[in-house]
Design a protein around this ligand. Structure first.
Ligand code: NAG
Ligand code: NAG
Ligand code: NAG
Ligand code: NAG
Ligand code: NAG
Ligand code: NAG
Ligand code: NAG
Ligand code: NAG
Length: 463
């Protein structure tokens, strides 16, 4: 009796420790791909003003880790993708990395998570895929060697690690990594009681099928749309839960039903290009406020496959980052503008009632744009870089730039910017269907205003 009671209490102590260990407090991703961002010290103040209790960075930036000292903010740092292959085969290198990037800051800076690489399995370099888990093991071993036991080791995965995610119960890892990479990774995560760090954006599946997926369902805003998985009978009320459960079922299929999920990135763009839909302040604020409400709910709500479980998370991201490549949405995920002012009101603690928020600007691009679009030189673009981009655009297709040659309809006025705008529009009109973009390293932007003049007609893309 006595014995049983003691044992029971040891157990409940253990249980209470392990559940106290992780909370649903929402953190923020602090990306730095901008040439106009506030200093690390100011950024940490801004992170605190958002009431974020956790922050994730994409490296182990010394200034940031110093600014985070004694703030009580939990920190996730990252081993850069480029050195994973070397670390995977060299324990000395792993030890050196931990010695240089963790030891000087720990424990005053509350480093708690160490992610080995960012979305490695989404890259085409399969050499790094197979180095990933060995590198994770070496980093974990190096932490232990340095007496650091509170830091969980993981890596981030995007939804493209799955080859099937629908219905959620059919969730299956990609066959090119399933047994060679994912299974050993799950074994590592399970053994070290770490997390499956998932980057999950309902925005992307919604934009690829906005007709069949209701916007409200993607924004966690729907009150009447549900989906019931025919195999499990589980009923879904939003797209994010479907995505999370697809990963849970995929892990279960490989024999690991209990590994916890960490939402390492989620968010919604507050702006984007003319040819993108649903990227606006209204939707971004709605989505982020709704996920924060979900993640901070007490008691925790979890997802249909794991009701009541805690879903720790990092919102993406702190700033709009002007140097992120790709479509315009990539540069518009911030909750703050680069000057530190909020894009919309947000409280990561989830404590501010919705009624206290000011009205949001109504969404204007929830339907696809219909009409012509041109691609022109962006304001403030670097002239010498524009010159190189012009040459590049003209060297691609057939006759792309004939009208801006001497004697052509668009030669006069002989201005670099006008010629480049013509070349960008002409290039994009020819190549958009083949995946060509109106970006040119940030030198170009889409416009719905026809730049044509006189007899000079700019080619356009018609949506
Ligand atoms: C990896 O190691 C090789 C051989 O030691 C070295 O040449 C290379 O520069 C290293 N790569 C990186 C990214 O450090
Ligand atoms: C492992 O890394 C260390 C430290 O960079 C280096 O001195 C050593 O040559 C590497 N070992 C091998 C086998 O590449
Ligand atoms: C890695 O990629 C290369 C080139 O795409 C391919 O030939 C090779 O089969 C791949 N290796 C594995 C193990 O998948
Ligand atoms: C289930 O997943 C498999 C691949 O893992 C796929 O071929 C199949 O189409 C999926 N089923 C449904 C109903 O989507
Ligand atoms: C995962 O970890 C749990 C708890 O440590 C253990 O009981 C279980 O056997 C592990 N699962 C596998 C498949 O190794
Ligand atoms: C759900 O409610 C919205 C708004 O009230 C309405 O437009 C929509 O038709 C409803 N959808 C269903 C499936 O009932
Ligand atoms: C403009 O671009 C050129 C290369 O195209 C580069 O060398 C130069 O540093 C850039 N200037 C500025 C102010 O960014
Ligand atoms: C350019 O023209 C040639 C010959 O008409 C054609 O084979 C080729 O596909 C064209 N290239 C592009 C990029 O349109």
């Amino acid at each position: 009796m006595e014995m049983g009671f003691t044992l029971f209490c040891i157990l409940c102590f253990l249980v209470s420790i392990s559940s106290a260990e992780i909370s649903g407090k929402v953190g923020i991703n602090y990306g730095q791909l901008g040439n106009n961002l506030p200093s690390p010290a100011r950024s940490v103040k801004l992170i605190q003003s958002l009431k974020a209790k956790r922050v994730k960075i994409y490296d182990a930036n010394r200034e940031i880790l110093t600014a985070l000292r004694n703030t009580g903010i939990q920190v996730s740092i990252m081993v850069p993708n480029e050195i994973i292959t070397n670390i995977s085969s060299n324990q000395t290198l792993a030890d050196q990395w931990v010695h240089a990037n963790v030891v000087p800051f720990y424990p005053e800076t509350m480093i708690r998570y160490l992610l080995v690489g960012n979305e490695i399995l989404s890259s085409s370099n399969n050499r790094t895929w197979f180095s990933l888990v060995p590198a994770m093991r070496r980093i974990k071993y190096a932490l232990r060697t340095h007496g650091i036991r509170k830091v969980k080791v993981g890596t981030t995965s995007a939804m493209d690690v799955l080859e099937s995610s629908f219905p959620p119960s059919n969730g299956t890892f990609r066959s090119d990594v399933s047994y060679s990479v994912i299974k050993p990774m799950l074994q590592f995560l399970n053994r070290t009681k770490s997390f499956f760090f998932l980057d999950a954006y309902p925005f992307f599946p919604w934009t690829s099928d906005p007709v069949n997926i209701k916007l409200d369902y993607a924004l966690l805003e729907s009150t009447n749309v549900t989906y019931t998985d025919p195999n499990t009978g589980l009923t879904y009320t939003n797209l994010l839960d479907q995505m999370i459960d697809a990963v849970i079922f995929a892990m279960k299929r490989l024999g690991y039903p209990d590994i916890r999920i960490w939402i390492a990135e989620t968010g919604w763009p507050n702006g984007g290009d003319v040819d993108q839909i649903g990227a606006n302040i209204y939707n971004a604020a709605t989505y982020n406020r709704n996920v924060i409400k979900k993640f901070t709910a007490k008691p925790p709500v979890g997802s249909p496959a794991r009701p009541g479980s805690v879903l720790p998370s990092f919102i993406f991201s702190l700033y709009n980052e002007n140097q992120k490549p790709g479509p315009g949405t990539e540069r518009h995920f911030g909750v703050l503008y680069p000057n530190g002012t909020p894009v919309y009101q947000i409280d990561l603690s989830g404590e501010t009632p919705e009624s206290e928020y000011k009205a949001l600007p109504p969404p204007e691009n929830n339907e696809p744009y219909k009409g012509k679009i041109w691609c022109v030189v962006a304001k403030g673009a670097n002239r010498s870089a524009v010159g190189s981009a012009l040459s590049y655009a003209c060297s691609q297709g057939n006759k792309t730039c004939d009208p801006i040659q001497p004697g052509g309809n668009c030669f006069k006025p002989n201005s670099l910017i006008r010629h480049a705008s013509y070349a960008f529009s002409s290039y994009w009109a020819q190549f958009r269907k083949l995946g060509g973009t109106c970006y040119f390293n940030g030198l170009a932007t889409q416009t719905t205003q026809d730049p044509s003049y006189g007899s000079c007609k700019f080619p356009s893309v018609t949506l």
